[in-house]
Structures are given as C-alpha cells and as structure tokens.
Design a protein around this ligand. Structure first.
Ligand SMILES: Cc1cc2nc3c(=O)[nH]c(=O)nc-3n(C[C@H](O)[C@H](O)[C@H](O)COP(=O)(O)OP(=O)(O)OC[C@H]3O[C@@H](n4cnc5c(N)ncnc54)[C@H](O)[C@@H]3O)c2cc1C
Length: 399
C-alpha cells in the first residue's frame, strides 16, 4: 500500500502539507507534492486535495482483504473454565456474522480441552478450531500467538474478537502486532458498516468524554477487545453440525518464556463484583471508610457484593478491586444500588447496562437520576439503614 501523487494533476497548492500532522508530505524543488518516509497512510491528504491528485494504492490489499471472511472469537479459559466474556462475544459475533452472512468461528488453545470444545458447541459456532498440547495448558504469550497466527492464516477470519481481560489484552496486542493488523482495545459497542463491510469499533476516548468509532479499513483481520459484561450473555443454541478442526501444534515447549512455579490465587478475585447479580455501591457521599460497613451489611442481606466510585477508592476508603467504571470493572448486575454517587460519565461507563438501577442521592439534580430506574432523593445515612431494617424485618417474618 502506498500514497501516490499524480504529478500531472498536482497544483502545488500545499493544502496536503497543512493537513498532514505527521510531515508525511512535502513540496519538492519542482513545487509538486512528494511523499516522505513519515507518511503513515492515514489518508487525510487524499481527502483534502482539491485537485484529486493523491490516492492510496491498495489494489493488492483489496484482493487480500477479500480473501478474509468470517468472525472468530478467542475462547479464554483458565483452570478448565471458560471465561464468560467468551460466551458474550460468541453471542455478539453470531449477530455480526449473520449480518455479514459469514460463518462464526471459535478458536480454542490449551491442553485437554475436550470439555471446553463441548461447551462452546452450545453457542452457535459453525467451526471450532482447536489446538491442544501440554505446553499450552497455561496461557503464555509466545506459544499462544504462534498457534493463533497459524489458525488465523488457515481460517482467514475478517474479524477477531477477544475479551478485554488481563489475559485477553496481553494476547490481543501481541497477536495484532504479529499479524501486522489494527486492534481497537476496550470496545463498548460493535456494529457493521454494511456498505463498506467494516467493523465499527466504538470505545470511550479522552477520559470518557467522547465515544470514538474506530475502523481498520486496510488490514485484515479487524481485531477488537471487548470488556466482560458489556455484551449480553446469549441464549444457548446447541449446534450438532458444529465442525471441530483439530490443528497440529506449531509451537513447542521451547517457546515457553516463563516457568510456572506455583499459582497463588488473587485476593481481588474474592471481591468479584463483575460476577455479582446485586451490587451495592458507595461514592464520595459515604463520607469515610467506616460508613462502608452499612453497604457491606446491605449487600450481604441481599446476597450481593459492594462496589465503589473512583472517588471513594482514591480516598482510600475501599480497595481498587471494588471500583466500578471506566478505569475499574464493568458490571452488569440485575440490581445496582448507587449510594452517594453523582453519576459521572466514567462511572456510568461501567454500570449503565445494569438491569435495574436504584440511586440514593440527596441532590435531586445528580446525573445518576437520569439513568436510574428508581431514584430516592434523600440522605443515604437515613435511607440505607432504613432499607437494612426493612429487609431484616421481612426476612425474620418469612422465616
Ligand atoms: C480518565 C478518568 C477515568 C475515571 N474512571 C472512573 C471510574 O472508573 N469510576 C468512577 O467512579 N469514576 C471514574 N472517574 C472519576 C469520575 O469522573 C468522578 O470524579 C467520580 O465518579 C465521582 O465519584 P462520586 O460520584 O463518588 O463523587 P462525587 O461526584 O463527588 O459525588 C458524590 C455524590 O454524593 C452525594 N451525596 C453526598 N452526601 C450524601 C448523602 N448524605 N446522602 C446522599 N447523597 C449524598 C452528592 O450529592 C453527590 O452527588 C474517572 C475520571 C477520569 C478523568
């Protein structure tokens, strides 16, 4: 792919030089536009040239692009358990595949993965590409991307979707680099531009103040990571005709850069707000760490977990593992109770897809009320203890 100047049509007006942020084009001694080594092929000069003297030659790329078809989901698993984000992505992937009228693929890399293959068959994939070897039992970047590259080169999917988990972020970045293609991290929405056949990858940008939609027009596959809980969990649809292609491994144990000595469970896992059906969350309105005890009490009565805004976390009132929002966890519980949280866009980014949102805030103008299903305008120090009292009362009556 290259930026081409049609010399006979260039008027030497210099507009292309003004719009290029990279110094990727200059005027030569004859007063004609000339491409420099800084050009990143962003195409801004092409769009701005009034004489139509610039174009990006992409014929080879086009041909190559057309040989890619299908949507592939990377199945993340640890300790023989598939991460729920992979099922969410199979659901979204199926919708995209149907729109494009292409197959849905799943890619499973690991060791002794038969039960994982059987589980994935419940999520409507047309073909599962699986590779199994003892050295692939625990995730490590190098052997996993070697296997993924091999699968992608065979299946040639036009879209690859990966969970934006710690593992997924590591894997996706390394794989996109190896495949020399683009990657949009942390997408919150995916859709298709049917006319151009492009994946529209939307994610928050500039501190969450704008939503940016990013495309990958020139390279294939188009790769995106999506946070857990952003996409809904699909219904199970068992596909008896789902084809499983067992690949021979192309990596070897020599590709393991690290030796796993022991596995120590992360204490953060204990909080697990991402999996909770009910979350009681506290913000700056909680006034101090000691007051979170009433949120823990309410959460326990409801069988839920405790979340927090960044303001509460930054104040040191509660550990980061509880943080909900753009730089914390994305959650999608059945019930989210926001106590003393104003509803900043960065907080909403992590919880606005909750099924039912209850907001308790003394300020009737607080933005959280705009997305709340139930709003309680009042002092949380009166409302929360009253909720606890009434729940206890009902529980004791029922027992
Ligand atoms: C790049 C970036 C990333 C960010 N990521 C996150 C993120 O992941 N998560 C996140 O939460 N924030 C995030 N933020 C911060 C975010 O912008 C807000 O500052 C933060 O969410 C505010 O937290 P809060 O609602 O608890 O506090 P405030 O905005 O101060 O709101 C406190 C609320 O409590 C109410 N209140 C006070 N006393 C009482 C009472 N007695 N009873 C009832 N209500 C009361 C007030 O009326 C007020 O509405 C991010 C910011 C940036 C720039």
């Amino acid at each position: 792919m290259a930026l081409i100047v049609k010399k006979e049509e260039c008027t030497g007006c210099g507009i292309c030089i003004d719009v290029c942020p990279y110094k990727g084009i200059k005027l030569n001694s004859a007063g004609i536009a000339e491409v420099t080594e800084n050009c990143i092929l962003c195409g801004q000069c092409v769009d701005s040239c009034p004489a139509g003297a610039l174009y990006i030659e992409e014929k080879k790329q086009e041909r190559e692009k057309q040989s890619y078809s299908g949507v592939m989901v990377f199945i993340e698993h640890e300790f023989n358990k598939v991460h729920s984000v992979s099922f969410e992505l199979l659901g979204k992937g199926k919708k995209i595949a149907d729109e494009l009228k292409v197959p849905l693929y799943a890619m499973i890399i690991g060791d002794q993965i038969n039960n994982i293959i059987e589980e994935v068959k419940n999520y409507d994939a047309d073909i599962i590409y699986a590779v199994s070897a003892p050295w692939l039992s625990d995730y490590q970047t190098k052997p996993y991307i070697i296997e993924a590259e091999n699968i992608i080169k065979l299946a040639k999917p036009e879209i690859v979707l990966i969970g934006a988990t710690t593992l997924g972020r590591d894997f996706a970045g390394a794989l996109a680099t190896r495949l020399e293609t683009g990657l949009t991290a942390d997408c919150t929405e995916l859709s298709i531009d049917k006319e151009k056949g492009l994946l529209l990858q939307t994610r928050p940008a500039f501190g969450g103040n704008i939503m940016a939609t990013i495309t990958c027009p020139y390279k294939r596959p188009q790769m995106a990571t999506v946070r857990p809980k952003v996409m809904p969990m699909p219904q199970k649809i068992f596909r008896a005709d789902c084809k499983v292609i067992q690949m021979l491994p192309v990596s070897s144990h020599k590709d393991l850069d690290l030796e796993l000595i022991d596995f120590l469970p992360d204490t953060i896992g204990k909080v697990n707000i991402a999996e909770a059906d009910i979350i009681v969350s506290g913000g700056r309105g909680m006034k101090g760490p000691e007051n979170f005890s009433m949120l823990f009490e309410l959460a326990e009565l409801l069988g839920g977990a405790v979340g927090a805004s960044r303001a509460a976390v930054d104040s040191g009132w509660i550990p980061y593992a509880h943080q909900v929002g753009q730089t914390g966890r994305t959650v999608r519980p059945k019930l989210y109770i926001a106590c003393g949280i104003s509803g900043a866009i960065q907080h909403l980014a992590g919880m606005q897809t909750s099924e039912v949102i209850v907001a308790i805030n003394k300020d009737p103008e607080a933005p959280i009320f705009k997305i709340a299903n139930y709003g309680i305008v009042g002092d949380l120090f009166k409302v929360v203890p009253e909720m606890i009292r009434q729940i206890k009362e009902r529980k004791s009556k029922n027992s």
